[in-house]
Design a protein around this ligand. Structure first.
Ligand SMILES: [Fe+2]
Length: 194
């Protein structure tokens, strides 16, 4: 019998690490993973369209982590973005990220759900923020992407089961965290922390 060698820390990509973290906390399975994959694909497509250089490996990892504050419990923090950011800070401390990589990850964790432009967000972080609107508008808001590109992403990573995930997330954001924090999620510029 042959066994596969255990991959060393160096051979595990950031994307795999992000997925492993998501799977360690999420009860939503493929429905949530597909949402994260669509977000990463829309981000990469926007980067390509706008000629913005992105770290693809870290982009996938960040997209896997972006909703993790809605999957973990922390009674000390009622804002799910800050909860997720704290989780990511703790779990990625040994990833060897550079300062720009840390800034990008923080931008995604704290501002990807902002409905308004965030003055100090990185160009790469803003790609993810706008990719969220492509995703949640079902491709109606495309930020310059063509409709066929968006349809292909939705076809490759179907939304099957995702409405149930959204319902669970809304319950947490509204009933557990509260409307006041939800407003801060959508309009975070007034209480920016990075
Ligand atoms: Fe999300």
């Amino acid at each position: 019998m042959t066994t596969s060698p255990t991959p060393s820390a160096e051979t595990v990509t950031l994307r795999e690490r992000g997925l492993n973290l998501l799977r360690s906390c999420s009860k939503h399975g493929q429905a949530l993973e597909n949402h994260c994959l669509r977000l990463a694909r829309f981000t990469m497509a926007l980067a390509d369209k706008e000629g913005i250089a992105v770290d693809e490996d870290l982009t996938y990892a960040a997209c896997y982590l972006h909703d993790i504050g809605l999957c973990v419990e922390d009674p000390t923090e009622k804002n799910y973005l800050k909860r997720g950011h704290q989780f990511a800070l703790e779990r990625t401390a040994d990833w060897g990220l550079t300062e720009p990589q840390k800034k990008f990850l923080a931008d995604v964790m704290l501002y990807s759900h902002s409905l308004a432009a965030v003055p100090h967000i990185s160009a790469q972080g803003d790609l993810v923020r706008r990719a969220v609107s492509v995703e949640h508008s079902l491709g109606k808001m495309r930020h310059g992407l063509d409709a066929a590109t968006c349809r292909a992403v939705f076809r490759e990573f179907p939304r099957r089961g995702f409405n149930r995930v959204l319902l669970s997330f809304f319950r947490i954001a509204i009933l557990d965290d509260g409307i006041k924090e939800l407003v801060r999620v959508f309009f975070p510029s007034h209480n920016a922390t990075v």
